[in-house]
Design a protein around this ligand. Structure first.
Ligand SMILES: [Zn+2]
Length: 290
């Protein structure tokens, strides 16, 4: 009988060809900025920025043209709000596409001058995929006193934020201002900016805005509780430990956990001999040598 099927070698060639083509297909980062700016992913992120911008304005966290929002698009690009526009009035065409150096690649308007702050956070912490800066009144009141509210009063604040940090004042829009957050950005997802406002980072724009809400409400509630005149009742340390265990599972940052990691790093650097000895003891025990 005559064999009419396609030879096996041709079938293999077809499969290999398909795989090679799939591997050669442009990935998000290799597509031109213009195509990236017009992708479905960019459309969805612009819609999210606009929705969150309205929430910020309705909650009175931004006034005039204040506040700004950005989100990473692939590993090379950032979508961000423009300068001189209320966060309550954003349209899709207003959102700028920038690279990680702050160069505008697409969009009708000039980018926010505060993009430098966002870019420093993205470069310093790869877990930050979205950054939001605003001026919520209660949290900003703390920022102008250079203080943070005490921890241990409301579980939601402990879970989502934990200890906030306060960065020193610098002139807004400058590189020096952008760098004020660098000492805090690993262990804190929410940072008060001295005499200015706050900045939050998260995995999405929506979640970054949640942090602003949680912080400002916490500051407000704390101030009201102080006016009642009774001593504040703090959550017991053992219960805070339970919250920290939850945060570890969720992968949320918390400076109280960070200090533990820092201590281990210090121990590694400064007491290598002791650590070596400890490792040797553990190995010996595992091997049944002692
Ligand atoms: Zn500001």
């Amino acid at each position: 009988m005559e064999h009419i099927a396609v030879p096996v070698s041709d079938q293999v060639r077809e499969v290999v060809q398909a795989v090679v083509e799939a591997l050669q297909a442009p990935k998000v980062d290799e597509i031109s900025p213009l195509v990236t700016a017009n992708s479905f992913e960019a459309d969805a992120l612009r819609a999210e920025i606009i929705r969150v911008g309205r929430k910020l304005w309705e909650r009175q966290y931004v006034d005039g043209n204040g506040g700004n929002i950005s989100v990473r698009l692939g590993s090379k690009y950032v979508l961000c709000t423009p300068t001189m526009l209320s966060k309550g009035d954003l349209e899709p065409a207003d959102i700028c596409l920038s690279d990680l150096e702050g160069n505008i690649l697409a969009g009708d308007r000039s980018r926010t001058s505060e993009l430098l702050l966002h870019l420093e956070i993205y470069k310093a912490n790869s877990r930050a995929r979205a950054v939001l800066h605003c001026h919520p009144p209660y949290a900003t009141a703390f920022a102008i006193t250079g203080t943070i509210p005490p921890n241990g009063l409301i579980p939601e604040y402990e879970v989502f934020i934990g200890p906030a940090a306060v960065a020193p004042y610098e002139t807004p829009g400058t590189q020096a201002f952008a760098e004020t957050v660098l000492p805090y950005v690993q262990e804190h997802n929410t940072i008060l900016l001295g005499n200015h406002g706050i900045v939050c980072w998260a995995d999405t724009v929506t979640h970054a805005e949640w942090l602003a809400e949680i912080l400002d409400t916490y500051c407000k509630t704390y101030l009201i509780a102080k006016q009642i005149g009774e001593p504040l009742k703090f959550i017991p340390d053992s219960k805070i430990e339970e919250i920290l265990a939850l945060k570890r599972r969720l992968g949320f940052p918390d400076a109280r956990m960070g200090r533990i990691a820092e201590t281990v790093e210090m121990a590694k650097g400064k007491h290598t001999a002791e650590l070596d000895q400890l490792v040797e003891q553990v190995v010996a025990r595992l091997e049944g040598r002692d």
